[in-house]
Design a binder for this molecule. Sequence first.
Ligand code: NAD
Length: 327
Amino acid sequence: MDRKQAQEQINALRELLNQYGYEYYVLDKPSVPDAEYDQKLQELQKLEAEYPDLVTPDSPTQRVGGEPLDAFEKVQHNIPMLSLGNAFNEQDLRDFARRAAEGTDDPVSFVCELKIDGLAVSLTYENGKFVRGATRGDGTTGEDITSNLRTIRSMPLTIKETETLEIRGEAFMPHKSFLSLNKAREERGEEPFANPRNAAAGSLRQLDPKIAARRNLDIFLYGVGEWENSELTSHSERLKKLEELGFKTNPEWKKCDTIEEVMEYVEYWTNERPNLNYEIDGIVIKVDDLDQQEELGYTAKSPRWAIAYKFPAEEVVTELTDIELSV
Ligand code: NAD
């Protein structure tokens, strides 16, 4: 392929990915499976790596998420809410571990977590009180969805210490809620949601909080944005502290000292995934030590100290069994 053909191919892929991204992030209504989007994005990444001068700042490879909707107040993220680099196989994970080891002096430990397939949100507490909740949006500007987030019962409105902090997590729709919601929608002649992720995003981006309240959403907190006075030195300590403060964290996380342990965790959850009552689309692996995280730093789009291993595409859950309709 010559340069001109590469440019044409790049333009075509960008146009397609922008269209898919708009449908997914803005409309909450994807027209293609995630695996197809990921594959096209990889094709574009490969071409851009061969022709680095053709990379533009507005390329889908350089951008996080989608534009925030005008219907909502905007929220600025002082610390950007980034995406994650992807790994699709063992070699990608080993490469990640090698880069982490090369980028720091001391041995690296990792924390493995389930990658919850929902909507990334930021929660701000001032003096221990929940004051603001936002979507990730384009990473720097999100949508104010405070009233909708307040309806999630597992989310504390007051925390145990009078801390001021901004934390991050994933709001999601458990399988049971998703299946009963879609059944009710179909009975009313409405179009069902494509998957629990889009149902969760669609519910939280409703202007009427009563709708979100009826949708039985849940949330897991997994990270910290701004937290001035924290003396914690590792991600695992942060997870424990979040739990102590009354936040719901995912209980399945595990500290791993070697990449072999990481691989075992990945394999275990690849098999166990169907037994969870919520959707996961991969495993997130994070360098545990916060100083090492800082040393490794960030690309424009994602931290260098974390990676998302993506499961191969699988069948969507469609069975509905003995579920009480509550919508
Ligand atoms: P990503 O989903 O690959 O990874 C980043 C996100 O992971 C974070 O923002 C956070 O929301 C989430 N996450 C879940 N559990 C986490 C944990 N324990 N720790 C940290 N983060 C956790 O990246 P992305 O930028 O959100 O979106 C890309 C995804 O969207 C891909 O899966 C892609 O296939 C999909 N997508 C699909 C379409 C489509 O048309 N089907 C279009 C655009 C994007």
